[in-house]
Design a protein around this ligand. Structure first.
Ligand code: CA
Ligand code: CA
Length: 398
């Protein structure tokens, strides 16, 4: 009994003391509501379970708290003053997949410095972090088409590159290349690439580059560019009315300037920079199925040129696997696996068409759609990630 009384007296005493001080203004406190939000292109704005830290600029005192299910942290009894406020959130691959569509661990941060807390303050912190996802090869149309008289037409090939990330990506300096080697047993003496045992490098026959000084060619999340062999309407009467594509609106074309003008320069479609070329009239991808990579390098001239063993043909450009952003492999048929040119670490599989000049195209699968942004499948395996279409779908998914 005595003890209980004592406790009560003590509590009353403390309460009275606190009340006095508040009236004096000596320990006046403030409140702050911090709302933490995910980046705008995530499936939800509410960033729950985020650790928020407030450091007083006056005395270095640190306050911490964690946001609730609505992404909100309410702190009361805060000493008024100026604070540096930060939030940090680590997303597991599974959490990131729900929010961005891409299963990739992410570290997100936000900070607001010199923030004055007084009375009842509110603050919204917007998390940012490295982009989830990357550029991907979205579609490759390499098979070509047949003309009305049964002839073959291959100038309508294109490659489409897609921003499969949550942020703008600048395409300046992006290189695209086709890799050396046969696509399969095209004739009885067709051998696999002599570089097939090098699992760490790709050997490029031709390399093209998007120009730019760094930030001239932004590509929004979910947007794409089409690189045409020739940026014209291939359905025109003078070309091939049977062609499945009009590429007059392509973003880029490969123009191979030659004295004999065998490759025409479509005036409305800008030209890629030709960095290395071993082809003929134009950037013709083999209609039996190309191996393709996209990559970036600070200094293209530093890449090694390698002679093709037992051959007198032009050297190939050795591109280290680490530079490669994405790869695609198509081979002649289901039995051509031994002819793979893209190292398995970059692309474990391959696609193949029914035949040459079928107008078939290969497009990457869509995993999910977040806020209207399609997220494409990327398991580094063309067998899994691409579907064969009966006709190409440049800049489209149907
Ligand atoms: Ca061309
Ligand atoms: Ca042009």
């Amino acid at each position: 009994m005595k003890f209980k009384h004592l406790t009560m007296i003590l509590l009353l005493g403390i309460y009275a003391l606190a009340g006095c001080k508040k009236r004096d203004g000596a320990v006046q406190t403030a409140a702050i509501q911090v709302t933490v939000e995910y980046p705008g292109n995530y499936s939800s704005a509410k960033a729950a379970n985020v650790q928020v830290k407030l450091i007083s600029k006056t005395d270095g005192t640190t306050l911490t708290g964690t946001t609730n299910a609505n992404g909100i942290l309410n702190l009361t009894d805060v000493i008024p003053g100026t604070y540096n406020i930060s939030a940090v959130k680590s997303l597991s691959a599974t959490e990131a997949q729900t929010l961005t569509g891409i299963a990739q661990e992410l570290q997100l941060n936000a900070a607001e410095n010199d923030f004055n807390i007084n009375g009842t303050s509110t603050l919204t912190l917007k998390l940012t972090g490295s982009a989830a996802g990357s550029l991907l090869i979205k579609e490759v149309y390499y098979t070509g088409s047949k003309t009305a008289t049964g002839g073959t037409y291959f100038s309508d090939q294109f490659v489409e590159i897609y921003n499969n990330s949550t942020d703008v990506i600048y395409l300046d300096g992006l290189c695209i290349a086709d890799l050396y080697g046969n696509s399969g047993l095209i004739n009885p003496s067709s051998e696999a690439t002599p570089f097939k045992n090098d699992t760490e490098n790709c050997y490029a026959s031709n390399v093209w580059r998007i120009p730019g000084t760094g930030k001239q060619y932004p590509l929004a999340p979910g947007a794409s560019i089409v690189i045409a062999q020739d940026g014209v309407n291939h359905k025109e009467a003078a070309l091939n009315p049977n062609s499945p594509v009009d590429l007059s609106n392509a973003d880029w074309e490969t123009y191979n300037e030659r004295p004999d003008n065998r490759d025409a320069d479509a005036p409305n479609v800008p030209n890629l920079e030709k960095l290395y070329f071993t082809g003929g009239f134009d950037w013709l991808l083999t209609v039996f199925g190309p191996g393709l990579i996209i990559f970036k390098t600070d200094d293209f001239s530093k890449l090694e040129k390698v002679a093709v063993p037992n051959s007198t043909i032009a050297e190939r450009i050795k591109v280290p696997k680490a530079l490669v952003i994405d790869a695609f492999e198509a081979l002649k048929d289901a039995n051509s696996v031994g002819y793979k040119r893209v190292p398995v670490g970059l692309d474990a599989g391959f696609v193949y068409a029914t035949d040459t000049y079928t107008a078939e195209s290969f497009r990457r699968k869509v995993v999910t759609t977040i806020n209207g942004r399609r997220v494409l499948q990327d398991t580094n395996n063309s067998s899994n990630d691409f579907v064969k279409l009966s006709k190409p779908t440049p800049k489209a998914f149907n």
